[in-house]
Design a binder for this molecule. Structure first.
Ligand code: SF4
Ligand code: MG
Length: 327
């Protein structure tokens, strides 16, 4: 499909008292029109840093040292601060786990949504008001006029999540970046928010980058999936192939850790150990200390991300060897 957002060879570093740490290492991907691309991995794998890099919202110690972030071909990393601010909340919208971090506590909900369209779409007051009411209706809130007059603290968790989505969608973005958008919600509201995102994808033809640690959400929502570990993409595939035939031992472990429906829900995670500290990265394959299939080579040499069948990628020595034998 048509590429809306394209990230090429992104590298993000943090300057800390432990020295320079690489949080995102040579990451490349794209999000197409009318497509939801999942970015999965445990916490600490670099998912959120990737999304913050794309939006240029890194904290002060963070710095993008290489790569390109292209929105319809224009490099966001080369834009000045004013232009990037116009893109955020305009062509690229974002929603986060905590709606309160994106809502202004001292502004009424209606005013916040209206401010956004006045700024980005140059709406006048009555156009902005009409549009805000429309958007609030579309996220499934039956009496928008009432909610318009409330302050964020007067909303329930599910309601504020919907308002954040209404706000994000009000400027007709081309790309939506959603970082754990349903994690803090209860199951019913989670399902409603996911439903809403699917509808927006289809009706508005937007591309969505969905960051989550929840493979159940990925299975329901995504077209393609990237799996991240230690700041690297370790596997990329369409959602069907990934679940049917995961190639990377880390992906296999993640899938095995998803509690199966109908079985006891407290199945223990299949992957022992934890994501290594960025300051103490193993030398070869970053997953080797946790990998049940690790070989001697894995501790010495880092595997490269390898193309498989033309439409998948995997970073593992087992895969390279397999494809070399096949050749
Ligand atoms: Fe496991 Fe080796 Fe593959 Fe790394 S390269 S995932 S350690 S088999
Ligand atoms: Mg995160």
């Amino acid at each position: 499909s048509e590429k809306l957002l394209e990230v090429k060879n992104l590298r993000t570093e943090f300057h800390t008292d432990k020295g320079k740490l690489v949080a995102v290492n040579d990451v490349s991907f794209y999000v197409g029109k009318e497509e939801i691309v999942g970015l999965v991995g445990e916490s600490g794998s670099g998912k959120s840093v990737t999304s913050l890099s794309v939006l240029r919202l890194l904290p002060e110690q963070g710095n993008i040292s290489a790569g390109e972030v292209l929105l319809e071909g224009k490099d966001l990393l080369k834009m000045n601060k004013k232009d990037i601010r116009n893109i955020r909340g305009g062509d690229i919208a974002m929603i986060f786990q905590d709606p309160m971090s994106s809502l202004n506590p001292v502004l009424r909900v209606g005013e916040q949504i209206m401010e956004c369209t006045k700024l980005h779409l140059k709406y006048n007051n009555s156009q902005a008001r009409k549009h805000a009411i429309d958007m609030i209706k579309r996220v499934g809130i039956p009496v928008p006029e009432d909610v318009m007059n409330r302050y964020p603290h007067q909303l329930s968790g599910g309601m504020s999540q919907r308002i954040m989505i209404a706000m994000a969608m009000s400027c007709n973005p081309k790309v939506l970046i959603a970082d754990e958008p349903t994690t803090a919600l209860d199951v019913t509201i989670q399902a409603q928010v996911m439903e809403l995102m699917l509808e927006l994808k289809e009706k508005n033809k937007i591309g969505i980058l969905l960051i989550t640690h929840d493979l159940g959400v990925v299975a329901e929502m995504c077209n393609r999936v990237m799996v991240m570990y230690c700041g690297r993409i370790v596997e990329m595939a369409d959602v069907f192939s990934l679940f049917k035939n995961p190639l990377h031992p880390y992906t296999k472990g993640l899938i095995a850790s998803v509690p199966k429906i109908g079985k006891n829900a407290d199945v223990l995670p299949y992957i022992a150990g934890r994501v290594p500290d960025l300051s103490q990265m193993p030398k070869g394959c970053k997953f080797a200390p946790r990998c049940s299939e690790a070989m001697e080579k894995c501790y010495k040499e880092e595997p490269k991300l390898t193309n498989i069948d033309g439409n998948r990628q995997c970073r593992c020595h087992l895969i390279r060897e397999r494809s070399e034998i096949n050749e």
